[in-house]
Write a protein that binds this ligand. Structure first.
Ligand code: DAH
Length: 331
């Protein structure tokens, strides 16, 4: 058998094996065996140097032709198996039940703010918002809080620079609204406030308040008492009782603290403080160019986390900020 015949035999064997390769894996094995860097075709080419001179020409030519034929046959087989491979992917079973996408929901604090705005909305209050980065004018000066007041201590506040600070109370929004509107004014302003408190189960350096403000002719403390009581009953349930405890705030006179009486499963009861309120001090009305001889008003500022924790039995304020899905999912 001549050397060239040997090449032809190799080709026949290769094509015959190729015709049996019917998966991408067997095809790849075939490619390595024949066309790979250590494959049969390469070997045949490598032998060229040992072949007697008179046969070299014919051998080389045949080897090249065979290489071309096998390469082409391989591409054809690949194209065929490739398309078969795709067809083998299982078709989508459209009768299977679908997987519903997981839909999130508002954070319990957001939900609560919406609920509070709804309740006050039914009483005729419009929800308004003010900036969290404030100046001393709105956070203190116009609220009748004098420079020597302990609440103005630099260590009690987050100052940014000069007189710019993170607001320490939503009462700032009272000033912003009164500056820009005429009575009658009836607004609630929910939002974040910041104080450098040490974090524990009941304190945080950032928390939420909702401010209320009502200014008109003939507004009285009795209206305030009724409004706060009605609000607490709407939010916590008709069974709660509320009380006003005399207190002091520079921006209200008289001032009171709002307590709510809760009944516990073991039969005990406890008064919980929700925030402060009072009749808007005439100095505050004057600061925003509202005539205190003509108009009176009242205001309140209540802690939103307090409400959430009480209503939903949340034992630690930090749970509200940790974004633990196991906690958040419950609401
Ligand atoms: N701003 C007060 C605080 O953060 C709460 C407060 C008390 C708000 C009396 C009021 C008010 O509007 O009238 O402690």
């Amino acid at each position: 058998m001549s050397l060239v015949d040997g090449l032809q035999d190799m080709k026949v064997k290769a094509l015959e094996e190729l015709s049996r390769a019917d998966t991408p894996e067997t095809l790849e094995q075939w490619r390595i065996a024949y066309l790979g860097s250590k494959g049969a075709v390469k070997n045949a080419m490598a032998q060229l140097k040992d072949i007697p001179r008179e046969e070299k020409g014919a051998y080389g030519k045949t080897a090249n032709i065979i290489k071309g034929e096998l390469t082409k046959a391989f591409s054809n087989a690949q194209a065929k198996i490739g398309s078969q491979g795709k067809a083998k992917v299982p078709a989508q079973d459209v009768t299977l039940p679908g997987k519903p996408p997981q839909v999130g929901h508002g954070h319990i604090i957001t939900q609560t703010i919406n609920e509070l705005c709804d309740i006050f909305g039914r009483m005729g209050f419009e929800a308004v918002y003010g900036p969290e980065v404030e100046d001393e004018q709105h956070n203190f000066v116009d609220l009748n809080i004098p420079p020597e007041h302990p609440a103005r201590d630099a260590l009690e506040n987050f100052y940014i620079d000069g007189d710019t600070m993170l607001r320490s109370q939503t009462s700032t929004v009272q000033i912003r609204i009164m500056e820009n509107s005429e009575p009658p004014i009836r607004v609630v302003a929910p939002g974040r406030v910041y104080r450098p408190d040490t974090v524990d189960a009941t304190h945080s350096f950032m928390f939420y308040q909702i401010e209320g403000l009502y200014v008109d002719e003939g507004v009285t403390m009795a209206d305030l008492r009724t409004c706060v009581d009605q609000f607490c009953k709407a939010y916590f349930g008709d069974e709660v009782q509320t009380r006003f405890r005399p207190s002091f705030f520079p921006f209200t006179e008289p001032s009171a603290e709002v307590d709510v009486l809760f009944h516990y499963d073991d039969g005990s009861t406890r008064w919980i403080e929700l925030g402060g309120c009072g009749m808007v001090d005439p100095n505050v009305l004057t600061a925003v160019n509202i005539d205190p001889e003509k108009y009176t008003g009242w205001a309140f500022g209540l802690g939103i986390e307090r409400m959430v924790m009480r209503k939903h039995n949340v034992p630690d304020i930090r749970m509200l900020y940790e974004s633990d899905v196991r906690f958040l999912k419950q609401f």
